[in-house]
Design a protein around this ligand. Structure first.
Ligand code: ATP
Ligand code: NCN
Length: 163
């Protein structure tokens, strides 16, 4: 929110990642996200569950239809940059709204050489200019380095199961 000077952050709780199995209970994940996103300018949304959506392209199409004047940015961790080209209509997503990618442990050269990074190399902006990203016409993206956080959803679920 600070690095991109965003007014709001919406957390879209995934109905189920199309590339993964074993998503766990949606309601449990939703309330867990609510507990973490405890901030006056963060909203946790169950839009995928309510509209029966799974593919991000469809979800973002619905959201931009609901709020056509908003300058949306898609936020995701760098692990998703590596396999972004396996997502449904990934190039259309990149052409729908700017993308900000947050560094994640264990994701290095694979991300820089990913089909997404190569296909949209000309649309990348320097990290120092991140605040202009929301106002740019897509495709546009930035890679944000940040203190690396080793936690993952899988690790959290394992900790909960063990306690
Ligand atoms: N530690 C982290 N650092 C940066 N981004 C993260 C981190 N954990 C999750 N994300 C990002 O948050 C989004 C939602 O991730 P999700 O809730 O599926 O957790 P996950 O840790 O990626 O899952 P898994 O345990 O299956 O790897 C994704 O875009 C992911 O890249
Ligand atoms: O649309 C797709 O094809 C697609 C493929 C893989 C992942 N996604 C979405 O990307 C988001 C992050 O995925 P994950 O596994 O890191 O939770 C989540 O909203 C997923 O539904 C979307």
């Amino acid at each position: 929110m600070k690095r991109l000077q965003l007014d709001w952050v919406w957390w879209i709780v995934a109905r189920g990642n199309p590339l993964k199995t074993g998503h766990g209970d949606f309601g449990e994940r939703f309330w867990s996200a609510m507990a973490v996103a405890d901030h006056p300018r963060m909203r946790v949304t169950d839009i995928e569950s309510r509209l029966g959506l799974t593919y991000t392209y469809r979800t973002l199409s619905a959201i931009t239809h609901i709020a056509p004047d908003a300058d949306f940015v898609w936020l995701m961790g760098a692990d998703n940059m590596v396999n972004f080209h396996m997502w449904s209509e990934w190039q259309e997503i990149a052409r729908m709204m700017p993308i900000a990618i947050v560094a994640r442990p264990g994701v290095g050269p694979g991300a820089r050489n990913s089909p997404f990074a190569r296909r949209f190399a000309h649309s990348r902006i320097p990290e120092a200019e991140a605040t202009i990203l929301p106002g740019l016409a897509p495709p546009a993206w930035v890679y944000l380095t940040a203190p690396l956080d080793p936690i993952s959803s899988t690790a959290i679920r394992q900790m909960k199961a063990a306690s």
